[in-house]
Design a binder for this molecule. Sequence first.
Ligand SMILES: Nc1ncnc2c1ncn2[C@@H]1O[C@H](COP(=O)(O)OP(=O)(O)OP(=O)(O)O)[C@@H](O)[C@H]1O
Ligand SMILES: [Mg+2]
Length: 259
Amino acid sequence: MSIFSRKKRDSETIKLGAKLITVAKPQSPVSEQFRTIRTNIKFMSVDRKINSLAFTSANMTEGKSTVTANVAITYAQAGLKTLLIDSDLRRPTVHSTFEVNNSKGLTTILTSDKKEISLDDIVKPSGVENLSVLTSGPVPPNPSELIGSKRMRDLVTQLKDKYDMVVIDMPPVLEVSDTQELAGYLDGIVLVVRQGVTQKPAIKRTVELLKIAKANILGYVMNDVSAKNGGYGYGYGYGYGYGYGYGQKKKHFWERLKK
Ligand SMILES: Nc1ncnc2c1ncn2[C@@H]1O[C@H](COP(=O)(O)OP(=O)(O)OP(=O)(O)O)[C@@H](O)[C@H]1O
Ligand SMILES: [Mg+2]
């Protein structure tokens, strides 16, 4: 059984928003996998409290927005005051996912002339208890510069004080260079890898760039794991890599890349 139609992959989320299975079917195995991702993120960061977290990928349409929105929901469902930020100004989706107005958003804050700007009418309730959203706002001609700006970093610092968890949907590393600037500033980064789509050299390069940026790479989410490859057979599976490759003679590719 496949929940999604793969043919429409390119535009579906952009127009209709990400599928929120954690809201629609919180008891389903897929929602359980999203909760497992949340738990594993915690285990991967015992020495450092993760208060700001971003999901990114090598290239586009690997599942970032779907994973980011659903993981943010699992934090909110666990009782954490959570904020989901759409920093993918190239292909923003959070406003469609949560059906909120996008006339003001992240770009409104980042391009404002005022030193202090009230977040109250820009950050919106998502409809999910404990979860607020900061949508992209109108997309300017220089989107990546804004995401890599000091102002963006200052904003994240400010928001970390107000929320228990700030979760960011980031543009793909290989396509938007300024992603790295922000990545190095956050408590943790998780890579979304699409099974059978993301090429290993692309993952390798992405990890290299994130390491140069001094990003704290926590691991990866393997999206779209098919039954054939050991997933759950929904055509929608998530695995979370610790990078240890338990019981394997050959080291897992993630283990090799992280070195
Ligand atoms: N596990 C999955 N199984 C089937 N389809 C999926 C899966 N994950 C995501 N999709 C579909 O793939 C498309 C891309 O997903 P999504 O928008 O979440 O990725 P993205 O990396 O944010 O893309 P973009 O580069 O456009 O920001 C969407 O149509 C989504 O519904
Ligand atoms: Mg996206």
